[in-house]
Design a protein around this ligand. Structure first.
Ligand SMILES: Cc1cc2nc3c(=O)[nH]c(=O)nc-3n(C[C@H](O)[C@H](O)[C@H](O)COP(=O)(O)O)c2cc1C
Length: 368
């Protein structure tokens, strides 16, 4: 086994490794969470819970897949699944039991409530009594819940984000991470509002609002419930570039706030990219659903290998390492001009030759 140290400390919480299962099917009850802990996950963010699960009614089907042309591999995944429909009291009991059985594993309570201070106070106070290690505020689910003015209906509005996070911080005794929606123009606005309210960390991204496609025979959009649908939340490999971009933006804007990054992580190398752009822990949801929860062994191995190859001995050696290499387009042009002048000085290169290089890049792309 390798010499690298995969453990990481965030907000005073020690994670034995930086891989957490993201809120969703992987954290749906104590049984699957126990199994994941046994398999070696460092932590789990439970399926989002609320005080009154009787208001949560799921549909069937609730998933749709985008496959690649050639291998038919699932590259994008859409869901219209709501938060947990299991009773709040059952969850409280399960959180208690899980923490008793797995004291060193990290259990993050993902919570969501209506736009009422008393409701947020109640959920935070009752859940923290059961021993959860941290909260993740789901201010970001993009489907179903916004119809009840919850989830993304809050997370897209920085004023509401700040107000709700303040309510939470009034009573929370454990670290609080606010989970951001990617469905905004500037994610640093709601993230900044949450940080201003005093949260301890940012989780990102939740799913991207999407329509995966239309069934070619029925001409109805998928997933189709009695002939109809609603736009859902997109996840999986296809969203990774968008997630990386948004993590980078928040990490650059708020360098002192820990980020738990997610969106399309399937391999340890994907995880390393999120860390290079400022995440100190990472979460995996769709990747674990599609590859099986046992993929944690591979994730740890690949991340260790990446660290060995790059001579990093611990996670903090490279969190944010690649952030300084984002710039402006004008700066790229200037750097290119300097390089061109240097090269021209050496090889007598003229401007037309340089333009030829750019044309060749376009040609290479279309010939592939
Ligand atoms: C089926 C499904 C259900 C989800 N349910 C929740 C949820 O209850 N709460 C939440 O905060 N995020 C939920 N998510 C979002 C994931 O936690 C994660 O933010 C998103 O899917 C991006 O990561 P991924 O590409 O690894 O799945 C869900 C995702 C999926 C695919």
């Amino acid at each position: 086994m390798s010499n690298v140290d995969l453990s990481v400390e965030v907000n005073g919480i020690k994670f034995e490794n930086p891989f957490l299962l993201g809120s969703g099917p992987p954290g749906t009850n104590a049984k699957v969470i126990s199994k994941s802990f046994d398999l070696g996950w460092g932590g789990v963010s439970i399926k989002t819970i609320s005080l009154d699960a009787s208001k949560v009614v799921n549909t069937n089907p609730r998933y749709a897949k985008l496959r690649s042309l050639g291998s038919k591999e699932v590259i994008g995944f859409q869901n219209i699944e709501l938060i947990s429909d299991r009773p709040f009291e059952t969850w409280l009991e399960e959180i208690r039991q899980l923490k008793e059985k797995y004291p060193s594993k990290i259990l993050i309570a993902s919570v969501m409530e209506e736009y009422r201070r008393d409701a947020w106070h109640e959920i935070i106070e009752r859940v923290q009594e059961c021993g959860a290690d941290a909260f993740e505020l789901n201010l970001s689910c993009p489907h179903g819940l916004p119809e009840r003015k919850m989830g993304m209906a809050m997370g897209e509005n920085p004023d509401i984000v700040e107000e709700v996070c303040k309510w939470v911080m009034e009573v929370s005794k454990i670290p609080v991470w606010a989970k951001m929606t990617p469905n905004v123009g500037d994610v640093t606005a709601p993230a900044g509002a949450a940080i201003h309210a005093g949260v301890d960390g940012i989780s990102m991204i939740n799913t991207i609002l999407s329509v995966t496609g239309i069934d070619r025979k029925t001409l109805r959009p998928i997933p189709t419930v009695q002939g109809y649908t609603v736009p859902g939340g997109y996840s999986g490999q296809a969203v990774r570039p968008i997630a990386l971009r948004q993590v980078m933006e928040v990490a650059r804007a708020f360098p002192d706030t820990p980020i738990s990054g997610m969106g399309g992580i399937y391999t340890g190398y994907d995880a390393a990219e999120f860390m290079l752009l400022g995440s100190s822990t990472v979460q995996v949801c769709t990747g674990a659903m599609l590859q099986g929860y046992g993929c944690i062994a591979k994730l740890k191995e690949e991340l260790s290998q990446f660290m060995e190859e790059n001579e990093f001995s611990k996670i903090s050696d490279f969190v944010g390492h690649s952030l300084p290499y984002f710039s402006t387009h004008a700066d790229l042009v200037e750097r290119q001009q300097i390089a061109k002048d240097k090269k021209a000085g050496r090889a007598g290169l003229d401007n037309e030759t340089w333009k030829g290089d750019i044309a060749k890049e376009t040609e290479d792309l279309t010939s592939n």
